[in-house]
Design a protein around this ligand. Structure first.
Ligand SMILES: C[S@@+](CC[C@H](N)C(=O)[O-])C[C@H]1O[C@@H](n2cnc3c(N)ncnc32)[C@H](O)[C@@H]1O
Length: 399
């Protein structure tokens, strides 16, 4: 760690913006405790873990109203078309004030007690316009291979879907994902228990980043999909090696032509190699089929109902989301090194997922409590050795 003998201070990797440039911020006490530095000179503070990160796009925590922050990213940070993934979880037009009761971080309620985390009081048409205004700016930030996932619920989500079709184009609508958020409820109400919410997924174009997600097989899947077992105990199934449609000049495989109206699915020489390697199973009637082994498959295709990602039992922040499904989104719809943005970042769940998966990240929130929790969360994460390659810049846009 660099030391300044004259000042008797240590440089912990903290940098302060001074006009257009950065200068090191020397601090005397050892623990890195940046807090909220205010004022024109100290409007941005940097936690730089490696000097080389100075030239790269840094991770950003932006404290402030997101309209202003999104414009700042477009106009002052040159990020138009540079963001590959947006996952964002705005208020749901619930007319609730979310609070955290002092000293009991697990007790989060909408009562008037405790410290206010945020207020969700923009309703109806005003809410749809409020989200639309922000989505238009987010769309400008998205790259051509970018995707956006908007988390919402069953009450307001359908209005947002119609609005999002007009913003992103209905042809770019990919999924309305059902996420099971909690265990079944037994509250008395006129209507069925609500255990799901909704994630609306759009891509900017048809060339979006897509790393096919695979869900590990469960025992029941293995028994259903790979019902046979070979002499070594490996589970497998078989598939035909011919497909519909005749070819003009069919080749013979082990002296036989494909059945009438069908063609071999692959080159005959490859099928002969498979046969030599014991990968073809011959039926009693002499029909060849290719063996497919369970242990050579990554898993099954992810579907649009997500059942394994209920929200944390003891959240530190109201409406904090399960990081598991955000990991799935981050791995599927962004590349290592991509910029991931959450414009309503709350406790920073998206940012943690992005960091753990080797992506760069930007989080925005106007709640001081959210920003404080996010800042501490990312600072703690930044100290983990394998995640220390990039710096974090804190920007206060509230003044
Ligand atoms: C549902 S919470 C997000 C929770 C988050 N996904 C998590 O896992 O912790 C919504 C957040 O949006 C923030 N928010 C609401 N309106 C905002 C605005 N106009 N600008 C910035 N943040 C806003 C609130 O302060 C709140 O923290």
């Amino acid at each position: 760690m660099p030391r300044d003998a004259q000042r008797g201070a240590v440089h912990h990797g903290l940098w302060v913006r001074a006009g257009a440039s950065l200068r090191p911020y020397w601090i005397r006490e050892s623990p890195l405790r940046p807090g909220f530095l205010r004022g024109a000179q100290c409007s941005a503070v940097f936690f730089i873990y490696k000097q080389s990160a100075m030239t790269a796009q840094r991770n950003l925590i932006i404290y402030g109203e997101n309209i202003r922050a999104l414009k700042y990213l477009l106009e002052e940070r040159g990020l138009k078309g540079k963001v590959d993934l947006i996952y964002t979880d705005p208020p749901f037009a619930t007319n609730i004030t979310f609070t955290v009761t002092d000293g009991r971080s697990s007790t989060i309620s909408s009562s008037s007690h405790g410290s206010v985390a945020y207020t969700d009081n923009i309703l109806g048409d005003d809410f749809v316009s409020y989200i639309r205004e922000r989505l238009l700016l987010m769309k400008e930030l998205l790259s051509e291979k970018g995707s956006i996932y908007l988390h919402t619920d069953y009450k307001i989500g359908h209005y947002l879907k119609v609005m999002m079709d007009s913003v992103f184009g209905i042809e770019n609508f990919r999924n309305d994902i059902t996420r099971i958020k909690c265990n079944p409820k037994n509250f008395k109400r006129l209507g069925y228990g609500n255990i799901k919410d909704m994630i609306l997924f759009y891509t900017k174009s048809k060339n979006a980043i897509w790393h096919e997600p695979k869900i590990p097989y469960e025992e029941a899947d293995l028994e259903r999909l790979f019902p046979k077992t070979d002499k070594d105990g490996r589970r497998y199934t078989t598939v035909p090696i011919h497909a519909p449609g005749e070819s003009n000049n069919p080749q013979k495989f082990r002296g036989m032509l494909p059945p009438k109206g069908r063609h071999w699915r692959t080159d005959v020489r490859i099928m002969e190699e498979w046969d030599d390697q014991g990968l073809i199973e011959w039926s009693a009637k002499g029909n060849p089929r290719k063996k497919i082994f369970a242990d050579e498959r990554d898993g099954k295709r992810a579907q649009d109902v997500w059942t394994d990602y209920k929200d944390p039992m003891y959240p530190v922040y109201p409406t904090e989301k399960n990081i598991g499904f955000i990991d799935l989104i981050v791995k599927t719809s962004s590349d290592p090194g991509s910029i991931v943005l959450d414009a309503f970042c709350g406790s920073g769940t998206t940012l943690e997922s992005a960091a753990r998966n080797g992506r760069r990240w930007i989080g925005i929130d106007k709640s001081p409590m959210a920003i404080e929790i996010t800042r501490k969360r990312m600072e703690a994460l930044g100290k983990e050795e394998n995640l220390s390659g990039q710096g974090t810049e804190f920007i206060d846009l509230t003044e």
